[in-house]
Design a protein around this ligand. Structure first.
Ligand code: DOR
Length: 414
């Protein structure tokens, strides 16, 4: 936990915008004011002309460790997250072995802690081996996970979801469905039916549900109804479902990128607060996987620039709203406190954004996964620095641990 003074930023969070300085002491925001004088022994990071936001929190990422380090591992994934402006990531259990036991959860958490770049949280599997047949030992997993999901597959067996929801309620955990019944006449119907079932199970059990990557208009409608009833339900959409239509970006991902009309409904759902948060579903794969048509988008580094370019620059939402969607609400959904605002007493996790263009190239991506339909795209909103607990973990092309150990080495005048 470090000390840092950031000067001259355009501070934006979910609640306000102001020009000023931010002082972090011992990893916690000590002061936010128009002018804070330099303090003895505290490095100064100049941010004139740049936006300063709470660092982003990703509810939904795949770092593929254990099992598929050639796609991504905890180190490459952590670097990609830092480069994308994220300081907290919640990892999905579809690893090999899957995260269906305390041993795997502990392995992920301990390795991430040793790497020490971003804060990693874990989602445990709902069913053993993600096979959909038998519940995991939820009680044994509970100390390590904030939610349970078979992401990649919807759990088709109603009785299992019912039992999982009852148990999750008892344990104070969230059920995090990948809403998709397979083999129905249309994919949208498969999503809608599972959303409807899960909302009803939430209603009957009182368990908290957070729905992954909503992509169909019908699902938005159902969630709106559930919210009217006051059910303990939240949902997310991904940057690619909110910003891209299948007419312009043809890339295999599950759920698929949808039509222009459906995108409009999703964005309206976002503006109206029916969709609570944006989550990346960062799903890195190798070139060979891509050639074989394996679905997924490596998206944690392009999330902010894509949303900023497509939704903020075009005036659909303000930067404050984007901050709410990428920081405040995801942190709340995960149960993290004192995050999501640039305010005294809040965690000193911040991101500095330059109003500059980036070009998405293979080299731009720190992730091992180069699988994105955005290669060659130019986007606005360049992450200049990612600060975790007052310490820069990413700064101007350099990452902590690879390019510097102590951020004073790269902060001017530090
Ligand atoms: O496209 C996808 N890829 N959707 C998922 O739900 C899983 C993910 C993956 O793990 O590659």
């Amino acid at each position: 936990m470090s000390d840092l003074l950031i000067k001259g930023a355009r501070i934006v969070d979910a609640g306000r915008e102001m020009a000023g300085d931010v002082l972090i002491v011992g990893g916690i925001i000590r002061e936010v004011a128009e002018e804070i004088p330099p303090q003895k022994g505290i490095p100064v990071l100049p941010a004139e002309g740049n936006f300063l936001l709470p660092a982003f929190v990703d509810l939904h990422a795949h770092f593929r460790d254990p099992g598929f380090p050639e796609k991504e591992d905890l180190l490459s994934g952590s670097r990609a997250a830092a480069h994308g402006g994220f300081t907290v990531v919640s990892l999905m259990p579809n690893t090999d072995p899957p995260c269906d036991s305390p041993e795997v959860a502990r392995y992920v958490l301990e390795k991430a802690r040793e790497i020490g770049l971003v804060e990693v949280r874990v989602v445990g599997a709902i069913t053993r081996g993600l096979r959909g047949g038998e519940l995991v030992d939820m009680e044994a997993l509970a100390p390590y996970v904030w939610a349970f999901s078979d992401d990649g597959h919807g759990v088709e067996d109603h009785r299992l979801v019912w039992k999982a929801a009852k148990k999750a309620r008892e344990l104070g955990k969230t059920i995090y469905p990948h809403p998709e019944f397979r083999g129905l006449p249309s994919r949208e119907l498969g999503e809608e039916l599972m959303v409807a079932r899960d909302l009803w199970i939430a209603r009957r059990t009182g368990a908290r549900f957070h729905l992954a990557h909503i992509s169909s208009p019908g699902a938005v409608e159902l969630v709106a109804l559930a919210k009217e009833k006051g059910l303990p339900v939240t949902c997310e959409a991904t940057p690619h479902h909110l910003c891209l239509s299948r007419e312009e970006a043809d890339h295999p991902v599950n759920p698929p990128i949808t039509t222009r009309e459906a995108v409009e409904v999703l964005v309206t759902g976002l503006v109206e607060g029916i969709i609570d948060a944006v989550a990346t579903d960062h799903a890195p794969h190798t070139d060979a996987d891509v050639a074989a048509g394996v679905p997924g988008i490596s998206g944690i580094e392009t999330a902010f620039p894509l949303l900023y370019t497509r939704l903020v620059k075009r005036g659909t939402i303000g930067l404050r709203t984007l901050s709410r969607l990428l920081s405040l609400v995801p942190a709340r959904i995960m149960g993290l406190r004192q995050r999501g605002f640039v305010r005294e007493g809040f965690v000193g996790d911040l991101v500095i954004i330059a109003e500059e263009e980036i070009t998405v190239t293979r080299d731009f991506l720190f992730s091992r996964g180069k699988n994105t339909p955005l290669l060659g795209w130019r986007l606005w909103g360049k992450v200049h620095a990612t600060i975790r607990g007052g310490e820069a973990i990413y700064l101007d092309g350099k990452v902590k641990g690879r390019d510097f150990d102590d951020h004073r080495q790269v902060i001017r005048g530090g």
